[in-house]
Design a protein around this ligand. Sequence first.
Ligand code: ADP
Ligand code: GLC
Length: 468
Amino acid sequence: MKIFNLSMECYPVAKVGGLADVVGALPKYLNKIEGVEASVVMPWYNKPFVHDHSFETVFDGFIHQNIHEFRVQVLKERGKTLGFDLYLIKVPGLLDRDNPYGYWDESQQFLAFQHGVLHWLSAMKIRPDVLHCHDYHTGLVPFMIENCPEFGFLKGLKTVGTIHNGEYQGQMSWDMAMYFPWYRSENWGLLDWDGFINPLAAMIKCCHAFNAVSNGYMQELFESFRGLESLVRQEGSKAYGIINGIDTEVWDPKTDAFLDFNFDRNDVFTGKWKNKKALCEEYGLNPDLPLFSFIGRFAGEKGADLLPDIVEKSIHQTHGALNIIILGSGDPVIENRLRELSAIYSNFALDLGYKEYLSHKIYASSDFLLMPSRVEPCGLNQMYAMRYGTVPVVRYIGGLRDTVEDISTGGSGLNFGAATADDTVNAMHRAVHIYHHRELMDQLVISNMNFDFSWENSAFKYLQMYRR
Ligand code: ADP
Ligand code: GLC
């Protein structure tokens, strides 16, 4: 079975968040299954990976957006270094940028990607068994295949859509329709939701199967989906919930080159301690105190606006009996407040920015990882933390409730109910208490390390969905 994954991100080529981790791992693990050939198609970016690897041009042609003609090139990585074939779509002016997101004309950028991929496949008569579309950026593909005469060769091709984050739907005004490849206008209703073109809604309507990245999140979408609840219920017969895995080859404390000290289950306590000591020294924290961390985008979904209150309240209420380290960036208001707090409290360290190496060090060094998310379709941080012997303290929501069970019901993490600073800080009190019961804490560390979040199981579930 031949599967093409279409995505804006893929680790290690270009990563903004968990989407990249998933697209960089799923095809690699699918390819370990006999008879499966999975590849990734993504935009060309001005990134080190692209310059440091060798590519051959496998297609050179043109597409049209409105009155404009754009050159489309498809580059294939020589050597298959990632464990799958990697194709980059290059369109000068739209798909040759530094980053995946943040441009004023990104609707056009995403359209060029989808158009470019389908144009290439049709022109070269390449017909995989499944096109797997990730998030709304590629959500128009199932519609285009069936409704654009230009892609007639692909008609009937099976399409699957994965919702990594239903908060973003790519809604655009109908004026943008002029940038679409020519389509049969009588089917315009498939693109529409509430008077706008909605690529995520179009994906759900037109694909053959779709999934959310956890069961918990899929259930939540039936109740609350930024206006798409009735649609997802109507299309419910083709809905699946498949939890993400983690790439245990990339995320292995035994071999992780980013760590100061490698460790595994056998020497986890000394290994974690040495990493923690080094990190605490670097950031001026006392390593004898429990270390809580947060890693992520400073966005409302992640509950990042709660962080300043969480920092202040937890330090005050415990009389400074804990440390907190935060790595992230995003909303400047949150960044500024946290910057101020880091100048005031010696128990609080802040590193602003996106730093892959530091995230690994923090997962390995922390005692507890905080996730006060408002929305969490799956969440990978908690799984990385657990694999590195860190206890997750998470809000009971989406993928977090599928992966982290509270210690009170036999699990090895801590859950809390509301996305508020108070609920988070209450859970932190419980965590501090556990930290001082060494035996219990050690038990949690070990049982977290023993969890199996490897991709094998989930890759197999994707294969079952493709087969259906
Ligand atoms: P999301 O994709 O919603 O941001 P996930 O939990 O699925 O959330 O994935 C986040 C990924 O991004 C993880 O690999 C996490 O380690 C990484 N990450 C987030 N923020 C940073 C940062 N500031 N520096 C390094 N890695 C980060
Ligand atoms: C999205 C979600 C996150 C999920 C990731 C990978 O970014 O916000 O919860 O883990 O996609 O599927």
